[in-house]
Design a protein around this ligand. Structure first.
Ligand code: CTP
Ligand code: MG
Length: 227
């Protein structure tokens, strides 16, 4: 049974602001993208398709000789669709994973957990972690002023969602068929009426979004002695 992993890595990294697209920023001697792909390949995935900015295709091909590299789009969903098109043309996948390059430290066990749930019959599977902060709904008080609390949200029913997200190929095709813009693929599946199953996530699958996250990732790699 073959598993293909699609990696959207074509974002600009605006919030990280590191002077180059986020996936190509150094993380302890390798790019964020190389580290992400390394984690995927350790998890018994059969093929990897990566979407990168148009001007970084050749660089990505050199860095990732084992991956199929395509040009991404202006939004994450467009980059994922470019990967889906390439994967559909080249591989006969039975499980399709979609994984943010920016979640570079995701452990192989999490990939396996998601793949196992798809293989067990779930059409769409996402990792989720409990929310630990107290959450308040707020509204503005005037323009540019402080905010006022409207309600305390019940966090016990909330999950922070990660990747890899796993799909049966027909469910993923249906989710993306409408050309939606949800920030994750499970959001598109929900809009298409496909049931989405949640498995336990992993704190190491956090997304490198800001300079703070990059510092955390570097410290974690140093602490575990990973090269
Ligand atoms: N992504 C993509 N194509 C885009 C936008 C995002 O492939 N047009 C990818 C990113 O490269 C990243 C993942 O989607 O691996 C999650 O997106 P995010 O963390 O938002 O990354 P960026 O869009 O690069 O960052 P920012 O929003 O700060 O610009
Ligand atoms: Mg973004």
């Amino acid at each position: 049974m073959s598993t293909v992993c699609l990696i959207p890595a074509a974002g600009a990294g605006t919030r990280l602001a590191a002077g180059r697209p986020k996936a190509f920023v150094d993380l302890a001697g390798q790019t964020i993208l190389e580290r992400a792909v390394r984690g995927v390949l350790e998890a018994d995935v059969d093929a990897v398709v990566v979407a990168v900015p148009a001007d970084l295709v050749s660089e990505a091909q050199v860095l990732l000789p084992d991956c199929h590299v395509v040009v991404g789009g202006a939004e994450r969903s467009a980059s994922v669709r470019a990967c889906i098109a390439a994967a559909t043309a080249s591989f006969d996948a039975e499980v399709i994973l979609i994984h943010d390059a920016a979640r570079a430290l995701t452990p192989p066990d999490l990939f396996r957990r998601v793949v196992d749930a798809v293989r067990a019959g779930a059409p769409a599977v996402i990792p989720g972690v409990p929310v630990t902060d107290t959450l308040k709904a707020v509204e503005p008080v005037g323009v540019g002023g402080p905010e006022r609390v409207v309600a305390t949200v019940d966090r016990s029913v909330l999950r922070a969602v990660q990747t890899p997200q796993g799909f049966a190929p027909d469910a993923l095709a249906r989710a993306h068929a409408a050309g939606g813009h949800a920030t994750d693929d499970a959001g598109l599946a929900e809009e298409a009426g496909i049931p989405v199953t949640v498995v336990p996530g992993d704190l190491m699958a956090f997304k490198i979004t800001t300079e703070w996250d990059l510092r955390l990732a570097r410290m974690l790699l140093e602490a575990t002695g990973v090269r």
